[in-house]
Design a protein around this ligand. Sequence first.
Ligand SMILES: NC(=O)C1=CN([C@@H]2O[C@H](COP(=O)(O)OP(=O)(O)OC[C@H]3O[C@@H](n4cnc5c(N)ncnc54)[C@H](O)[C@@H]3O)[C@@H](O)[C@H]2O)[C@@H](O)CC1
Ligand SMILES: Nc1ncnc2c1ncn2[C@@H]1O[C@H](COP(=O)(O)OP(=O)(O)O)[C@@H](O)[C@H]1O
Ligand SMILES: [K+]
Length: 464
Amino acid sequence: MRGMWTAAEVRAAEERAPVAESVLMRRAAFGTATVALSMLDGRRRVGLLVGAGNNGGDALWAGYFLRRRGVRVYAVLLAPERAHRAGLAAFRRAGGRVVDLLPEVDLVVDGIVGLSGRGGLRPDAVAHVERVTAPILAVDLPSGLDADTGAASGRHVRAAVTVTFGCLKPVHALADCGDVRLVDIGLSVDSPYLSELTSAEIGALWPVPGRSSDKYTQGVTGVAAGSSVYPGAAVLATGAAVLGTSGMVRYAGAAAEAVRARWPEAICTGSITDAGRVQAWVVGPGLGTGSSAEAALRTVLEAGVPVCVDADAITLLATNPSLSDARDPATPLVLTPHDREFARLAGAVGDDRVGAARRAAARFDAVVLLKGHATVIAAPDGRTLVNRAGSSWAATAGSGDVLSGLIGALLASGTDPLLAAAGAAHVHTLAADLAASGAPIPASSLLAAVPDAVRTVRALVPSE
Ligand SMILES: NC(=O)C1=CN([C@@H]2O[C@H](COP(=O)(O)OP(=O)(O)OC[C@H]3O[C@@H](n4cnc5c(N)ncnc54)[C@H](O)[C@@H]3O)[C@@H](O)[C@H]2O)[C@@H](O)CC1
Ligand SMILES: Nc1ncnc2c1ncn2[C@@H]1O[C@H](COP(=O)(O)OP(=O)(O)O)[C@@H](O)[C@H]1O
Ligand SMILES: [K+]
């Protein structure tokens, strides 16, 4: 699990650190210079863009270390009178040159602004950044992005590599920071604000049958989805539950014929009350928002088993909040909104996606999975995970139906709801990458790649 900490948490850790701030800065700067040298690969001209704070100080000290290794270093001071005093003196002493405009260089170090940055790049910084043609190494984070939310409220630096210090920050998973390198500067931090599971961890949690398993011990997933208008959503969600784990799948709804034709192993009925017992329900994809859909959602919420509420069922909950009363409060609920569904349920997502998901998780006493290129998954107890997509090929119609089917299968197996949602999201993004391999795919191809994705994460689990 990779943890990420907010700017305030990093500052608190810095204050607790037994060494002086100047020592931390030189460690950070030395790490920056080391990364810069690896990117230069023998080339010898570096430009620094230096802002008013300690981020600029890191850049200047990195320039000092680079000078000591014979690199020619030029620095533009965006706020000359506020440039880090000791860093600038050391840089000059080592033969670094302060210039008005960067000459042609092999690498540019972005020390404009770091953890204390607010808003996008200011116009003077934009003018310098726009002239850059060399790859950019961002110090701590690409300037103009918010450390805690990854949001870009204006122009920002596009970094080939970001070097960060002590610990990762949310921006490193929520936004494009290029290749992120972490340098240890001796900070000690508490439990993380946001975490990311590794593929091996997801492989380890994925439920697989053992010697004593049968079709029931893996958990039975119920799928209440689809309608005569949208039978495809039912076919996709049921298929994901069929392929996700080896447990049994029951489908209940108006698309029973279409589901049976595609997935003969699913047990299909027309109504939830006839479906038989399940260990978790998926409700919503293609269900519609009419009275029969509302009745289906109510029945599922009353069933006393974990429920994944997706798509139309989210809209139903938003328009008729009293439906939540049907839920047994002791049973886990997973909500999987995209931004528009989230807005119906809990107001506009805004720039702070992690904060929005956390607040909604607390308010609805549910795991909230907020979809996107970086999907945020928050539990009501405050644990929060992020799943980064390797590509954007999953942004296709019907791919959300596959995701909810996978979540349902993991819930039915008894997996912790937060891990079920995060594990499903990870395998889903991996399946998209494997299926697409550089070309657009329909959601049914993503679905067909689920077994390959599960194999891939399971192959990473270290053998005992
Ligand atoms: N906290 C820590 O543990 C460590 C922090 N270090 C460095 O210190 C940085 C934080 O330094 P500071 O707190 O001095 O703050 P920054 O260097 O991030 O920025 C502060 C200055 O930038 C200005 N500013 C804010 N937003 C701006 C924008 N959009 N455009 C232009 N200027 C803007 C502010 O007015 C302020 O003067 C970190 O990102 C990291 O690079 C390192 O030296 C190592 C240790
Ligand atoms: N830009 C993107 N990059 C990667 N994945 C994305 C992107 N946009 C959406 N996704 C993923 O694609 C899926 C889309 O789900 P959803 O919007 O519910 O689609 P549908 O309702 O058509 O099934 C989600 O898993 C989401 O995280
Ligand atoms: K920066």
